[in-house]
Design a protein around this ligand. Sequence first.
Ligand SMILES: Cc1cc2nc3c(=O)[nH]c(=O)nc-3n(C[C@H](O)[C@H](O)[C@H](O)COP(=O)(O)OP(=O)(O)OC[C@H]3O[C@@H](n4cnc5c(N)ncnc54)[C@H](O)[C@@H]3O)c2cc1C
Length: 498
Amino acid sequence: MHDLSRRKLLKATAAGAGAVVLPGIVAGSTPSFATDDSRLSDSVKSPPAELTGRIVRPGDPDYPNASLGWDELFTHYPLVIVFAQETQDVVNALTWSRQNDVALRVRSGRHSLEGWSNVDNGIVIDVSELKSAQIDATTRTATVGAGLNQLEAVTTLGQQNFAVTTGTEGSVGLSGATLGGGFGFLTRYLGMACDSLVGAEVVVASGADGARAIEVSREKHADLLWALRGAGNGNFGIVTSLTYKVAPLRSVTYLQVTWEGLDDLPEIFDTWQRIAPFADHRLGTQLEIHPSQILLFAVLAAGTEAEAREILEPLLSIDTPEVTVQTGGWGEVYAGFQIPTDAEPANWKFFSQFTREPFPTKAIELIRAFMLEAPSEDSNFFAQAFGTGAQTEEPRGGSAYPHRDVLFYSEPGAGWGTRGEPNSGDATTPVAQAWIAEFSQALRPYVDGAYVNVPNIGMQDWETAYWGANFDRLRKIKAKYDLHNIFQYEQSIPPATW
Ligand SMILES: Cc1cc2nc3c(=O)[nH]c(=O)nc-3n(C[C@H](O)[C@H](O)[C@H](O)COP(=O)(O)OP(=O)(O)OC[C@H]3O[C@@H](n4cnc5c(N)ncnc54)[C@H](O)[C@@H]3O)c2cc1C
């Protein structure tokens, strides 16, 4: 998912990479930290908790910045934000919110597309300052703090010639992306991001009003590992670290192809949907249709320019597109195509969907018609090829993420307003919202399902759209780890009632 032309930015390098008591609200000692797996009975009470970590609250100079999400369409005024510095801060914050009956939200990279990682009058438990990374080259595993963003993760792994799948935008939280599935240029090569997740540390509710950290792996709490692979966003607990199986990756070839105007759209889209999902599994592609140009982004993992050009030849031979190519380490290439957040529109609205059969001409014509009426130049229709790639196979132990047999993912996206200029997008907001609603509605005959990481607020059957037949099992796992539904928001998983 991109939002601006990356052409100008191809060569740019992206930037990157004490206990406080909340006065007057609560005082007392912190609860003990338990890493054992024994469950505390619901009647066991914890000692009164204090908030620890870096605490920001209304009135603090940092509060406006600390409460701002990436999508400025959503504004919230939390009671307090806790930037955890270690797992114990998260245990304390969860205990405190339970003991004081304060609504909570979990936050990492702040890119929730409905603003659900923040809440008015509640507590935001933010893990973005948990930035550790340990890579074990022998076992090919990496354990990282839940606060890494995708750019930091790709760069850190890339320095040792390793990779996992991530999404495309570096500032997105690795946690948020992985826990909802996580796809990007390496998906057809390595599977979804969540497929590489082999372990996690998670702070869960425990006892009558407490919390504790548990280790999750294929051996311990395997049901929760399954759930975290695609349904872990704010549903079961607060993930404080993630362990991935990593793959060796020395170099990639990255192509950006630009066609001016939308005249060639029918031929480009049809050719793309017939070759990209079935190509060599090292190839990941994204097609992005803007009001006045069409962009194709392609990454060939462990491949050369000549190989990439050969695979993409049916597309490159349509008209006379501008083509730029870069071959290099995945970390460098990934950093090179990032767009600084400040250069992105302030407000965004998307609608996610999957497709199993190629779009007929009528659907492609619909895309062209809607893009010609887009509410802003930054609006786009984004599509990511899946097809026969590695994501068709579930990881050992399975996953809650269900969309394994799709041809491609797509989303219309509207972007408007200027960052740093409050209300600058207000006049466009109703137009953009209506455009997304009408565009997505027009495409319904050709799509199904939805991607939980790009939530569809206007969808009745969101539960099955996100997780298909896995939803019932998720409700049972929810009841096991969060019976009292402490982790809840607009589209969270309710506990099974049996
Ligand atoms: C510009 C942009 C580009 C994107 N591109 C892609 C892409 O290429 N591929 C893709 O797959 N997705 C993509 N996405 C979607 C992205 O994966 C989701 O928005 C993701 O949930 C954001 O995670 P975050 O940590 O940044 O956000 P946050 O707002 O911090 O969190 C998002 C959700 O995850 C929960 N959460 C966050 N951290 C934790 C944690 N540690 N434990 C438990 N729950 C947690 C939050 O409670 C919230 O529900 C994109 C989104 C944006 C805005």
